[in-house]
Design a protein around this ligand. Sequence first.
Ligand code: BTN
Length: 263
Amino acid sequence: MIVTLRETTSTNDYAKKLAGCDVESFTTVVAHKQTAGKGRLGRSFDSPEDDGIYMSIIIYPDMKPEAVSAITIVAAMSVKNALVKVLEEVVSEESGQGGDKASDALRIKWPNDIVTCGKKICGILTEASMSGGTVKYMVVGIGVNVNNDSFADGLDDKAISLKQLSGQTFDKKGIIDEIISSFKKYYAIYEQKQNLQFMIDEYNASLVHTGMQVNILNGADSFQGICEGVDETGALVVRQQEHAEVTRVISGEVSVRGVYGYV
Ligand code: BTN
């Protein structure tokens, strides 16, 4: 079921209320506009009317608690593939040929931003409700820059839309359906296996930082190292020096930056 709203503060907050009423798994809240869209690490997510997709998918993870955090990685992989598919469709319709390199440009910035040309095209915020050590429900909030021609003050350097990337205008409903279907497919496998082994190579091949020097920022603390990709739990593996032990960086308060700029 898809619940469509003209406007809400945050589709994640609306979805959390619905999840408390035990609506069915994969119920999705979509809004044309958010007045208080939320990003990771307490940031806000600019959500102008109609240009973007603002959606939250409700799930009830039936898995060991320590497996829940990697759902954010599963979400990134599935949304990235959905966006690649819709980009390939418009490019091949336009050129009459099979998909073109525009779609290869999409990459994942750990844990779950989707980036291209050094800018963010999609952000994901997962939020879980815990009770007595188990997860009651989780909402997977997805914001995609779709038909934006520009962004609010200061964001043009950091954000890009599918339209700016491809020169085409997109039907948002088709993208929403593709995202839900891709997420259902990956999530079904993850829920059964409860580790990322089945998609780890695909994820690491999509990761913008694999093999590159990164800055790991945790409040006032930071360190640099070479990013070796994620392990089967979704932790980012960073080697600080050649032959040195690796550090496993857990998603949460940490953010990762390439040594140059936003990505
Ligand atoms: C990020 O970039 O840090 C994550 C952004 C997540 C934005 C989406 S839009 C739909 C859902 N509702 C929210 O308030 N946030 C997520």
